[in-house]
Design a binder for this molecule. Structure first.
Ligand SMILES: [Zn+2]
Ligand SMILES: [Zn+2]
Length: 311
């Protein structure tokens, strides 16, 4: 009987219930155009079904991927929410360094009209380097290119091996179209807002999601009164009052705030009050914060601060 135990265990392991669907989300950059060592440019990576999906590629994304322990050569797809600079200035570094690190093919971009032109211009700008490295070091020139899929309207933009990604439009004022993304892996749903003010379309796509990664912007009223330009900026972002509506209307299981814009001394108080009103389900994002999305949702802060190198 004792000899049959390993066989029995093998049987249990092979016919046991399928592993519960699990998705891991890492905030790589939670900042804005402000050069902030604690908050790099907008970027979020989702690991689902053994693959990595990157949403936006702001300043420092390549460094943060390395700190998060994500192999650069395995980042093959980038979904851009819109073409504001703080969401794309890390792209050239990611594209070229990933290539040097052995990415086996082109970096595939998805995003609004203009993504193709962005890719072609970056390729032209870095043509000399690509020439040096393919000619002398023998790197694969084909993998030094970028594919570009320009989204038309809304709908499924990726559907492979059980991972489905849906693009939907959000409301980022004059930046049209600006997209949010909904990633589905089996019964798990993660929604990335991109930059937006309150968007009923986002609420529709985020309703009941496991995790919503949503932008936030808070500003002092007197500051806005004195500075009309800041007022225009705030008008296409989501303030704490609007965030309350998003949470009440969409009711995701958990939400993390990214793209954290704080203008004035009262902004932090407004954010703190928002967080205090949703103590178990709402979290202030920080760079390298991870969220494990499974039967339970685990929010894992960066162990030694966002600037510390990953062990
Ligand atoms: Zn923007
Ligand atoms: Zn932005």
């Amino acid at each position: 009987m004792r000899n049959l135990l390993p066989l029995f265990l093998l049987f249990v392991l092979s016919v046991g219930p399928a592993a519960a669907a699990y998705v891991e989300v890492t905030l790589l950059g939670t900042g804005t155009p402000r050069p902030d060592p604690q908050r790099f440019g907008a970027a979020t990576v989702v690991e689902a079904g053994g693959r990595y999906f990157l949403f936006d590629a702001g300043r420092g994304v390549t460094v943060r991927l390395r700190q998060a322990g994500v192999p650069l050569e395995r980042v093959r797809r980038v979904f851009l929410t819109h073409l504001h600079s703080d969401h794309i200035t890390g792209l050239a570094d990611l594209w070229l360094t990933g290539w040097i690190w052995g990415r086996p093919g082109p970096l595939e971009l998805y995003g609004p009209a203009g993504v193709g032109e962005l890719a072609r211009h970056l390729e032209a700008a870095h043509g000399a380097d690509i020439g040096y490295r393919t000619g002398y070091t023998g790197l694969d020139g084909a993998a030094a290119s970028m594919g570009a899929t320009e989204l038309e309207g809304e709908g499924v933009v990726y559907d492979e091996d059980g991972v489905r990604i849906v693009a939907f439009t959000v409301d980022h004022g004059p930046v049209k179209p600006a997209y949010g993304y909904r990633l589905e892996f089996r019964d798990r749903v993660v929604v990335i807002s991109g930059d937006t003010t309150y968007s009923s379309n986002l609420v529709e796509h985020a309703r009941g999601a496991d995790l919503l990664v949503h932008e936030i912007a808070a500003a002092d009223a007197d500051l806005l009164a004195r500075n009309p330009r800041l007022g225009r900026v705030m008008a296409y972002h989501t303030d704490p009052q609007q965030m309350r509506r998003v949470l009440a209307d969409a009711r995701p299981r958990a939400t993390v705030l990214n793209h954290v814009l704080e203008l004035g001394l009262g902004a932090r108080r407004a954010l703190d009050a928002l967080l205090e009103d949703h103590p178990d389900t709402l979290h202030l994002g920080q760079d390298l914060l991870r969220v494990g999305v499974g039967e339970t949702i685990r929010v894992i802060p960066p162990p030694r601060g966002p600037s510390a190198p990953h062990p």
